[in-house]
Design a protein around this ligand. Structure first.
Ligand code: SF4
Length: 264
């Protein structure tokens, strides 16, 4: 292990995980502003025509829009408070769905317009998601938890096939798979090494876990959290000393902590 870490000096493609909640809070505030403006425009513009159909229609339409806007604003405020305080505030984890389904796509769009690197938004999202999932305080039995690893974590020249059965690993120490099998045995939790998102989704569908600990890059973790929702996912970012998709690694203590958060 020591020898392997010493080799990892990082590469130009190896991006440090430095999630900043400020990015997320800024975008969230911007989203809230857009919700207010959009709500008003959606009410005002058709109202001019709706009144010709029935005099009460603009009011009905306005009330419906106001309720929708209010739900989204409460979601944004609840999430913001949870982010600022660093803990669950008034069941803010309930807003995880609004965050994943509504705010994240909107933030990605706004981030693109404002030229905020996608990676930064994804890192922030992963951090906030983990905080909300931990804030749920839900505990699960080991057999109901699934650990998903990307195939690129395996030592590139290892000839052993671990994607079919991770127990094929002989624990030679050239990659973290051996340590992860040890974790899997220690806690009695299923470990799966996936060759891609589709295979990972199929595994989740077949096993039907109650909670997931996932290791991958920002992009795959973000899409994985979205796909797995409403399942709680604690996402652990991989290490990329040689860049993406090759010779990646993971901090075993991060995986251990994620497991403990679910086990209690
Ligand atoms: S730890 Fe397991 S998977 Fe990794 S190189 Fe050794 S035998 Fe292969």
């Amino acid at each position: 292990m020591i020898e392997r870490e010493a080799e990892w000096t990082g590469s130009s493609e190896s991006i440090p995980y430095q999630p900043t909640k400020v990015v997320f809070l800024g975008l969230l505030s911007f989203c809230a502003f857009i919700i207010i403006v959009a709500g008003f425009l959606f009410w005002y513009i058709p109202s001019v025509g709706l009144v010709n159909i029935h005099p009460a229609l603009p009011i009905v339409f306005g009330v419906v829009l106001a309720i929708l806007s209010l739900i989204l604003l409460i979601g944004a405020i609840g999430l913001s408070l949870a982010i600022i305080k660093g803990k669950d505030i008034f069941l803010s984890y309930k807003f995880r769905g609004i965050l994943i389904k509504f705010f994240l796509p909107l933030m990605m769009m706004l981030g693109g317009l404002l030229r905020i690197p996608k990676l930064k938004i994804e890192q922030s999202f992963i951090e906030i998601n983990n905080q909300l999932v931990r804030g749920m305080g839900k505990k699960f039995k080991p057999e109901r938890i699934l650990i998903i690893m990307p195939h690129c974590i395996q030592y590139i020249d290892c000839k052993i096939k671990v994607t079919q059965n991770v127990r094929n690993c002989v624990g030679c120490g050239k990659c973290e798979i051996g340590d992860l099998v040890g974790l899997s045995d220690e806690f009695g939790i299923d470990l799966f090494v996936s060759t891609g998102g589709t295979i990972a989704r199929r595994k989740v569908y077949e096993k039907r876990p109650n909670a997931i600990v996932a290791v991958a890059c920002e992009r795959d973790l973000t899409s994985g959290i979205q796909d797995a929702y409403p399942l709680p996912v604690i996402a652990v970012l991989n290490k990329r000393p040689q860049g993406y998709c090759m010779g990646t690694g993971v901090d075993i203590s991060d995986v251990r902590n994620a497991i403990r958060d679910f086990l209690g």
